[in-house]
Design a protein around this ligand. Structure first.
Ligand code: DX5
Ligand code: ZN
Length: 224
């Protein structure tokens, strides 16, 4: 049986921004397909990253699939803008809005894939009623806000529960995991059922992107 594909989604947050275009070309050359874009507003999370103009600008320099992760309050205010900036999938936090179902509809109305995310303290069961509408469900394995933190072990069980529930219901939702993914934790998360592995420091933090990607691929069979 052919091993299923697991997607590596390198997080732009950890790239060298002065050389971002070059680093994205390198990822493409290595056969990476996704790019994770961490948007932080200084309110939902205690940090500010980048927003619409940066996504628009890098959209012109790469064909990578844009996996946008909105860590912002009331994401419904900005769905249109993040869609037209070039996102392919837009993921927001269930904790950030009073009507997550409506936000999923807004994203789909823009013709994009829609994802929902849970912080470490939020039970994964909270997204179950929404999964039928979700193309992706993202389990945070660190407190959102900063790259370079350590993987929180309880995320593994959340991934397992989520994946089993999705299978039982026959949904197509991809399970993604974000935070502290490296050569040690990537196989754990993938083994629990993650389809997408987000990695910032493990890809960009070592200086040599090619070796970093090779090491992750050696740790997880089927990682692209
Ligand atoms: C955290 C972000 C993550 C982060 C991952 O708020 O959502 O995407 O950049 O970085 P690493 O892989 O360094 O934990
Ligand atoms: Zn993220």
């Amino acid at each position: 049986m052919r091993k299923k594909e697991i997607l590596l989604s390198p997080s732009l947050l950890s790239c060298d921004f002065a050389r971002a275009g070059e680093q994205l070309k390198e990822l493409e050359r290595l056969g990476v397909k996704w790019l994770h874009l961490d948007v932080m507003d200084g309110a939902f999370v205690p940090n500010i990253s980048f927003g619409i103009p940066v996504i628009k600008s890098i959209r012109n320099s790469t064909a990578l699939f844009f996996d946008t992760h909105l860590m912002i309050d009331a994401p419904e205010r900005y769905i249109k803008q993040f869609a037209s900036a070039g996102s392919d999938c837009i993921t927001f936090h269930i904790e950030a809005t009073s009507d997550p179902s409506a936000v999923l509809d807004m994203i789909h109305a823009e013709g994009k894939l829609a994802g929902i995310s849970v912080k470490p303290a939020t039970p994964v069961q909270s997204v179950y009623p929404l999964l039928e509408k979700c193309d992706l469900a993202l389990v945070m394995s660190v407190e959102p806000g900063f790259g370079g933190q350590s993987y929180m072990d309880p995320a593994t069980e959340k991934i397992r529960l989520l994946k089993n529930h999705i299978k039982r219901k026959g949904y197509k939702t991809l399970v993604s995991v974000d935070g502290g993914i490296d050569v040690k934790t990537a196989p754990v998360a993938a083994g629990a059922g993650a389809d997408v592995l987000v990695a910032g420091s493990a890809v960009f933090g070592k200086g040599d992107i090619e070796t970093a990607v090779e090491n992750l691929r050696a740790a997880v069979k089927g990682l692209v």
